[in-house]
Design a protein. Structure first.
Length: 646
């Protein structure tokens, strides 16, 4: 017998069927050790021909794993969990490979999916030893390991291109289980017995972060890295990079930002191959407003690519589509939407499930329905992204939005996003049409959106009546409206309603409410690119951020207050320098008929932002191309006149 598939289970009826089906044609036998299922797990296993053995759970995963190994008869063991399944294509050559290899253990790829089953937001692959010759046993009560046993033989370890798709970290399954709480208890117990165990320390830090116990994770990171630094770097375990990543993440969360940035830069020196760490560092720089610093690090991520597979988990996309998406965000903040659009498109082409990229693309690309349908819509493969596409399409008011909404609903069903989209298309038809639609489809969400539009139009009585039927969000808007009409220093959070305000074209409300909003940074780019973006220019901002100063400068410029525009640009530079500031300074100089000043501004801008397409366009304006023949004629005429060409 060549291969035995071994697994331990408890109440796995939701995923077991797919797992066992994926073993067809690969495993000669399936060994299932059940630790106390009360659902259909055992019935499903037996229906697939598995040999099922009961086992009394004793809080030790190694004991349960080893019980399954004791019943195996195959020359090789494949260990798989019920929430995993083999890739149908990559499994095809496995048996032939096992018959030929002289290795003792085989590394394969476990692909951990994050987000929801409807919208996978992140894939974290990790190289794991799940194939090994019979005769080895696991150690460790939690995050049990077989590699130590295999390595002790001194025999070769190889790898095979096989993916184990793991859905256990998706939201649907995380909600059903208390894995982290259980794992934390077991790891804390293990660590009390073996406090120097770096592997347990690494896993416990991960569990602390999952459960948002950031202070504990940071403190554990402090002591663990002090331990690591007592040994030469070349002797550090490969998962030391993972420890470092968790450590700086925890430090950031407890607001020790300077330490986090310092240790992140230090970590890149220790682990230059770990793209995940570089992208995390770039994210922190972005949050600090260091856009150029972030851009340099992200370009290094793109050059390096994703972390190469080894005995460490890494997130797919850190050197590809996530880095490209972040570059789109960086250039949006810098003020060059041309370059931003390029990077958003690159990210989307590399991963069409990035719904946030789709939003920016629909706002930034030319509003040509055929182009969007051919190059964007045709590539969408999941419901969340399709819904966001339809919603943004409708909010922008592109022709043919009704058809997009219907196609999204036909492909993935109705959702809150398609509801928002439908209501957005009705805004242009007038309030009567909106009210008729809501009475035809009296969903809570529709009443809420109608109430927003009525409030925008000044019909407070009708708005309050509609918002009263609009559930929690309706209540929130009522409270916000009352608060802002009775208090001069009230504050409200905009993050959760920004899309609704844009969809209902609430420019009047935003003009009055934005100065009192919290969470603006999180929605600024969305609002800026949306159809209500002009409101940002109309608010008299206090100037507490670079983007507030720039909006003040833009407002002053449009009012022909060029001195005021220059003042606000100078103040913006105190935060960070951006493409927006270069363009505004150039415009002010041109408005003052200072062509040499405009050229100097653009020249300096090109040196600072050599990749900026917007500055290149400005350069073409202040340095118009001259026909060489015309130039020679001008020189001849100047010489004949005895003058100089300036």
């Amino acid at each position: 017998m060549l291969l035995s598939a071994c697994m331990i289970v408890k109440n796995e009826e939701a995923t077991l069927e797919r797992c066992l089906a994926s073993l067809s044609g690969v495993a000669d036998e399936i060994i299932v050790v059940d630790t106390g299922s009360t659902d259909r797990t055992v019935e499903i296993a037996e229906a697939h021909g598995a040999r099922v053995f009961p086992f009394a759970w004793d809080n030790n995963f190694a004991h349960a794993r080893n019980e399954s190994l004791r019943h195996a008869n195959g020359e090789w063991i494949l260990v798989i969990d019920a929430d995993e399944y083999l890739d149908e294509q990559k499994k095809l050559g496995l048996r032939a490979f096992l018959q030929e290899t002289s290795a003792e253990g085989v590394l394969v790829t476990q692909k951990n999916y994050m987000g929801s089953l409807q919208n996978i937001t992140k894939i974290m692959p990790i190289r794991v030893m799940r194939l090994f010759r019979r005769g080895h046993y696991y150690s460790g009560s939690i995050h049990e390991q077989i590699a130590y046993s295999v390595e002790k033989t001194g025999k070769p370890i190889t790898s095979f291109d096989l993916d184990l798709h793991h859905v256990g970290y998706t939201e649907e399954f995380v909600r059903k289980r208390a894995k982290s709480e259980r794992n934390t208890i077991l790891l804390e117990k293990e660590l009390s017995q073996d406090p120097e165990n770096l592997f347990h320390r690494s896993n416990l830090m991960a569990e602390y972060i999952i459960t948002r116990q950031f202070q504990q994770a940071a403190e554990l990171g402090d002591t663990t890295f002090r331990m690591l630094k007592r040994t030469p770097v070349q002797n550090w375990p490969n998962f030391a990079a993972r420890i470092h990543l968790h450590w700086i993440g925890a430090l950031w969360e407890i607001n020790e930002k300077e330490r986090a940035l310092q240790h992140a830069a230090e970590g890149i020196e220790y682990f230059p191959w770990f793209t995940d760490l570089k992208r995390h560092y770039a994210t922190m720089l972005m949050q600090q407003g260091d856009w150029q610093g972030a851009e340099r690090v992200l370009m290094a991520c793109r050059k390096q690519g994703d972390t190469k597979q080894g005995l460490i988990e890494f997130t797919e996309g850190m050197g590809t589509y996530f880095a490209a998406m972040d570059l789109g965000t960086v250039w949006s903040w810098l003020g060059d939407d041309i370059v931003a659009r390029k990077w958003y498109l690159q990210a989307f082409l590399e991963n069409p499930t990035l719904s946030s990229c789709v939003v920016q693309l629909v706002y930034l690309l030319p509003p040509v329905g055929d182009f969007l349908k051919e190059h964007i819509e045709s590539r969408i493969v999941d419901g969340m992204t399709y819904g966001m596409y339809a919603e943004t399409y409708a909010i922008r008011g592109i022709a043919g939005a009704d058809g997009v909404i219907e196609r999204a609903k036909a492909a993935f069903g109705a959702s809150e996003m398609t509801q928002r989209a439908e209501m957005a298309t009705l805004v242009q038809e007038g309030i009567d049409r909106m009210e008729a639609h809501v009475h035809e489809s009296p969903h809570e969400f529709n009443w809420y959106l109608l109430g927003l539009r009525q409030l925008e139009l000044g019909d407070e009585q009708a708005a309050l009546a509609s918002l009263a039927k609009g559930g929690v969000r309706g209540e929130y808007i009522v409270k916000t409206h009352r608060l802002l009409t009775t208090s001069d220093d009230a504050r409200w959070g905009i993050q959760f309603v920004a899309r609704d305000l844009a969809a209902m074209r609430c420019t009047n409300l935003l003009r009055k409410w934005l100065p009192f909003a919290t969470g603006l940074h999180d929605v600024w780019l969305y609002l800026k690119h949306s159809p209500v973006g002009q409101v940002l220019e109309e608010v008299d901002w206090p100037g507490g951020t670079v983007y507030e100063c720039e909006q003040n400068a833009l407002r002053c410029f449009k009012q022909k207050d060029f001195a005021g525009a220059s003042h606000w640009v100078a103040k913006a530079k105190q935060f960070s320098q951006t493409v927006t500031q270069v363009l505004l300074s150039c415009d002010v100089a041109l408005a003052n008929h200072d062509i040499q000043g405009a050229r100097h501004v653009v020249y300096e801008g090109k040196k600072r932002f050599p990749e900026s397409e917007a500055i290149k366009n400005a350069s073409a304006v202040v340095h118009p191309q001259v026909n060489p023949v015309d130039l020679l004629n001008q020189m001849s005429n100047a010489q004949a006149a005895g003058g100089a060409l300036h």
